[in-house]
Design a protein around this ligand. Structure first.
Ligand code: UD1
Ligand code: CA
Length: 451
């Protein structure tokens, strides 16, 4: 099969410098959703018809093996498909999709392909309010043509069955039909929809299929449409998570921009955002207002509210947050506690270690059962390069300590509070760097002069 994706539309009503198909739904461009759906179907060629901001659209598309056809001026959907003809394998049917209709299900398209056989297939839907859409005209139940709203008679406008725009067409005929289109209509455009009457005249069988849900065919023309489709998309995800046994405190207050995989009995509180690929083990709890991007969390771990976690792996039975930030390259072993206002970056933290308050741990290897006191900072950056800090097992770091990397704190060492540690410290010893406390006996506080 060939797939043609129409994406030349300017999207004036978006009021944006970004081409419409690059606006994001669930963290990915609209076009990426359509390409993803297309990629699941077995197709020989995928051709995107682009126009406005074409270079930007190409640059933003990571999928490989796509051919691109430029439509210089937007002279209608028929003209748009004509631009793709040189890319298509003639002996295979062509499926036409829109780059701004992102929610269409692969399963719906497969049904359309099956129903069409070697004839033509049209995806239609009945709408209570069909305003704006092309209407499906039938005679004795068989589709005879499609009429655009602007060209329709009063009686035709009353028809509720509409053209979704998705069609499967035999490619040889498609080419000859497109070449015969005229723009003799109210919009002066070459309508793809006019090929339906041509197919009927040539005795080509026309099948019609309906999507399981009518929202599948909704397109994006405005920011309001985009917001509505985002909610529809997120609702699908919430429902599927609930079905798989995840507890969502409020299914309407969850955003998944990528893939979220959950084990058994996970609980996700309100306003959490999951980006990229997030994998939660069993009984993981994610507190309110947390953002997780490309994270793997093992069973029994609790993320308290307001955490920001990116490119991190968290072991079993850890406790993170509230208000913790785990940056890329963070690896927490089991039973680690990372508390409020603690930032960790590119660091391994061993089993049972605790950094409960107000610390920065960067470029560090921290052993097991270490206690990192409040206000501990690994000073990993000298203004030019980053250096590593090694803290061995069973170390106790007193509060408000700076560890100037590169540095190694030996096993079982204790660092006195308020220290600035600049050299490696021995195992099992107390090390501190702190000026001695003095009290000045005959000192008195200066007094303000009274006038
Ligand atoms: C089209 C259909 C209409 C259908 C509706 C469904 C035609 C003539 N009409 O109408 O029957 O009910 O879609 O939404 O086909 N595009 C281009 N180049 C162009 C024109 C359009 O690439 O020259 C692309 C647009 O970017 C968009 C798609 O084709 O993705 C549909 O274009 P749009 O203008 O929205 O079509 P409608 O007039 O709404
Ligand atoms: Ca449209």
């Amino acid at each position: 099969m060939n797939i043609v994706i129409l994406a030349a539309g300017q999207g004036k009503r978006m009021h944006s410098d970004l081409p419409k198909v690059l606006h994001q739904l669930a963290g990915r461009p609209l076009l990426a959703h359509v390409l993803q759906t297309a990629s699941v179907l077995q197709c020989e060629t995928t051709c995107v018809v682009y126009g406005h901001g074409g270079e930007q659209v190409k640059a933003a598309t990571s999928q490989s093996g796509i051919s691109w056809a430029r439509q210089e001026l937007q002279r209608g959907t028929g003209h748009a498909v004509l631009q793709a003809i040189p890319c298509l394998a003639e002996h295979l049917p062509t499926l036409i999709l829109y780059g701004d209709v992102p929610l269409i299900r692969t399963e719906t398209l497969l049904r359309l392909v099956a129903a069409a056989g070697d004839g033509m297939g049209i995806l239609t839907v009945k709408l209570d309010d069909p305003t704006g859409y092309g209407r499906i005209v039938r005679e004795a139940d068989a589709i005879t043509r499609i009429v655009e709203e602007k060209d329709a008679s009063v009686a035709e406008r009353a028809l509720k069955e509409i053209n979704t725009g998705v069609m499967l067409v035999p490619t040889m005929q498609l080419k000859s039909w497109l070449l015969r289109l005229t723009n003799d209509n109210s919009q002066g455009e070459y309508y793809l929809t006019d090929i339906v009457a041509m197919a009927v005249a040539e005795g080509v069988r026309i099948a019609d299929v309906q999507p399981a849900d009518s929202w599948e065919i909704l397109g994006v023309n405005s920011r309001a449409d985009l917001a509505r489709l985002e909610r529809l998309y997120q609702t699908q995800i919430s429902e599927s998570l609930l079905e798989k046994g995840v507890t969502l405190s409020d299914p309407a207050r969850l955003d998944v921009r990528g893939r979220l995989i959950c084990g058994r009995d996970c609980v996700i509180d309100v306003n959490c955002i999951f980006e990229g690929e997030v994998v939660l083990g069993n009984r993981v709890r994610v507190g309110a207002n947390s953002v997780l991007r490309n994270v793997q969390i093992e069973s029994g771990t609790c993320i308290e509210p307001f955490c920001h976690i990116e490119e991190a792996r968290i072991g079993e039975n850890c406790r993170v947050g509230p208000y913790a930030r785990l940056r890329p390259g963070t690896y927490l072993a089991e039973e680690v506690h990372v508390g409020n206002f603690v930032e960790v970056k590119a660091s391994k933290i061993g089993r049972g270690t605790k950094a409960n308050h107000l610390s920065y741990v960067g470029d560090s290897d921290v052993g097991q059962n270490v206690n990192i006191g409040a206000g501990t900072i690994t000073c990993n950056y000298d203004g030019a390069s980053k250096h590593r800090t090694v803290i061995e097992d069973d170390v106790f770091i007193g509060s408000n300590t700076q560890l100037i990397a590169p540095i190694r704190i030996g096993k079982g060492a204790t660092i006195g509070a308020g220290s600035t540690i600049t050299a490696d410290t021995p195992e099992y010893k107390l090390t501190l760097s702190r000026s001695r406390q003095v009290t000045i006996p005959d000192w008195s506080r200066p007094l303000k002069k009274k006038n």
